[in-house]
Write a protein that binds this ligand. Structure first.
Ligand SMILES: Cc1ncc(COP(=O)(O)O)c(C=O)c1O
Length: 375
């Protein structure tokens, strides 16, 4: 279906085409100097010591938990209002996910009190997810985690260039995990990145990124290494230089992308003013967010009404989405289900409205008008 106003549109131009062409012409397309440059840029941008370019954010979450030594018998506290990858990574290492509720319908990230209440002797890690690019309550999550010896893995898939009290998201916990999937603020179709300040954990993750091998093909090809050993059961989670160069080009746009999204966010805030039936989460939090998505939550009526509103909007050319179908309701997570009343409301009533830098203020007005009429 073609939408007059899509949910998202790529922010690609000549710079991206040139970046890819340049890489193709170097005749080195797998992981090499471009990924290395990207890692350095991201490290500078986050102010962290170590970054690893990866195939995707799911791999970053997996490697983070693996490097931390999380495994069978351990518990990891996760939000349920997230993409399923956050929780799947916990299962990949054989640990059990424990779901924490969201704070409120105004702040859809993990409730620090529910996190604290769910800690047991088996809790090894917590994965706060910065929903929509808005920081989770990192001061309380970090202090509770630290006082219990629990590792913090930030799911920063939504939040490049966003911060918590001036500190970049993805740099606050033991690990930060980023996604470059096609609908993200910056993208190379599929890609991800892991960030940490811990040299030992970074070395473990780096080894596991490439089969547990002690040297990489680029080092061997460039004469820096001739032999390798395999010392761990690793994976092939390497990012390649074609995608690396695309992300480098996208990083040049990131500040402008976030600035433009903030303007659009402000336009939505005024466009939705006075709508008593609709909650606008994070109202007023323009600063410090990457504004990845624009979520609204209907006050009531259930999932059927929400779906009907989305259907009416679609018929009038407006594409919307739902972030997210709650993970604790998926069949595969049945055995880990628990009561999450605020997550249940959010997952049944949330509608994600269009948000991307080329959207215009006039289109935002149209979306707001059609939302009101569709209610
Ligand atoms: C919150 C969150 N976590 C993790 C992921 C997984 O990212 P990737 O697709 O790069 O593996 C996504 C991707 O959509 C996401 O939105």
């Amino acid at each position: 279906m073609d939408f007059e106003i899509p949910l998202f549109d790529l922010n690609f131009g000549e710079a991206e085409e040139k970046a890819v062409l340049d890489t193709l012409r170097t005749r080195w397309i797998s992981m090499g100097p471009k990924v290395h440059r990207l890692e350095q840029r991201f490290a500078d941008h986050l102010g962290v010591e170590h970054t690893l370019g990866l195939t995707n954010c799911t791999a970053a979450l997996h490697l983070a938990l693996k490097a931390l030594g999380v495994g069978p018998g351990d518990e990891v506290i996760v939000p349920s209002l997230t993409f399923v990858a956050t929780t799947n990574a916990v299962r990949y290492v054989g640990a059990d996910p424990v779901f924490a509720d969201i704070r409120s319908l105004e702040d859809l990230s993990m409730d620090p009190d529910d996190f604290a209440a769910k800690i047991t002797d088996r809790t090894k890690a917590v994965i706060p997810m910065h929903y929509g690019g808005f920081a989770a309550q990192m001061d309380s999550i970090l202090s509770t985690a630290r006082s219990h010896g629990i590792a913090v893995v930030e799911d920063a898939a939504h939040s490049p260039l966003a911060d918590w009290q001036g500190k970049p998201l993805g740099s606050l916990g033991d690990f930060g995990c980023f996604s470059f999937f096609s609908n993200k603020n910056i993208t190379c179709a599929e890609g991800g990145l892991l960030a940490t300040n811990n040299a030992e954990l970074a070395a473990k993750a780096k080894l596991m990124r490439a089969h547990g091998m002690t040297s990489l093909s680029f080092e061997r090809a460039s004469g820096h290494a001739t032999r390798y050993d395999v010392v761990e059961l690793g994976y092939n989670y390497r990012l390649d230089d074609i995608r690396g160069s695309l992300i480098l080009a996208q990083m040049d746009r990131l500040a402008e992308d976030v600035r433009r999204r903030a303007e659009l966010r402000a336009a939505y805030e005024s466009g939705l003013e006075g709508l008593t039936d609709v909650i606008l989460p994070y109202r007023g939090r323009i600063e410090g967010s990457s504004h990845y998505i624009l979520p609204v939550v209907l006050a009531g009526g259930g999932a059927e009404r929400r779906d009907a509103v989305r259907q009416r909007m679609a018929e009038r050319g407006i594409q919307t989405s739902v972030h997210y179908p709650a993970v604790h309701r998926f069949s595969i997570y049945e055995e880990f289900r628990c009561d999450l009343p605020k997550t249940d409301h959010a997952t049944d009533h949330e509608i994600t409205l269009p948000m991307f830098p080329r959207l215009t203020e006039a289109q935002v007005e149209t979306v707001c008008r059609i939302l009101k009429e569709s209610l």
